[in-house]
Design a protein around this ligand. Sequence first.
Ligand code: F6P
Length: 355
Amino acid sequence: TLRIGILTGGGDCPGLNAVIRAVAKSLMRQCGAEVIGIEDGFAGLLEDAPRVRPLTWEAVSGILMLGGTILGTSNRADPLRSPADTERVLRHVQALGLQGLVVIGGDGSMRIAHGLAAHGLRVVGVPKTIDNDIPGCERSFGFDTAVATVTEAIERLQTTAQSHGRVMIVETMGRYAGWIALEAGLAGAADVILLPEIDYDIEAVAAVCRARAQRRRHTIVCIGEGAKPVGGALTVQAHEAGRPEPLRLGGVAHALAQALQPRVSSEVRATVLGHVQRGGSPTPFDRVLATQYGNEAAQLVMAAAWGRMVTLQQGRLGSVALADAAHGSRQVPPDHALLRAARQIGVHLGERLGA
Ligand code: F6P
């Protein structure tokens, strides 16, 4: 019988368990495969004794709606760090009798999967991120849930901001892409939405807040963590070349609050939502999307289409070679319909007034 391992790597994301369940159920039902869960991502394969557990039908039943990952995950474990680590992982995979591996993870995990494939490992990738920024993949599971969580938070901030006539800044995740800030900002009726894709003009943001205060209106500013002022620097402390150092974004809301306060008469407050937006139960949309991704990964396994990653393009499930998979960030394009709609209904995007 076919014996396949599954692991989740990198940051967690709502819908991971839905993917695990779909991969396992699809493989078990369609070809009677044995499915083995690897604990804590690649860490579970790097230790002297690999940490695994059988994913029986019972083990993956009832997990569809659970947030996080039942298998655990790790950010740091990297089997490519040294030849000895690579060799240990390959040896463990063989000793466990695994004929293939399904890796559910972000760009870091896909890079590792590709590197291991070059050493002969049979692997299929499933991309995950709440940021929705995977190139060549128009919707990642977890994004819809993150947008729902941020929207709810903005709604709560609306009532307290309104009571005090304050300027409330809310910072979302999303790394270098503004998808979460844009969609949740629109859904939560933010007055100003600031994105990594459009450097904001602090004077323009201040002018919007002042004009609203004159009409006795509070202001909600939704800012993506990768956003920066015109001429400003990105608040990233460690990144890219030196991977696997983790990204350290965040903190832009407080920087903006400091810059804004002297320019407006209303009180300014900042809220950083942080990992709240990565936790909790996936929305129905994400449960369905993650189920499709998991099932598609199982189909690739059964077709022995190794070295590929599942994608969604123009609404259709497909796959790309791991070699071509997900590097960099898919940002909001300048001509995106949501940007146009936001401007047309009077949502301010931090652009210089009169520009
Ligand atoms: O990529 C997902 C994400 O949640 C980003 O939005 C955020 O910048 C980053 O991960 C946070 O990473 P960590 O959980 O390592 O702090």
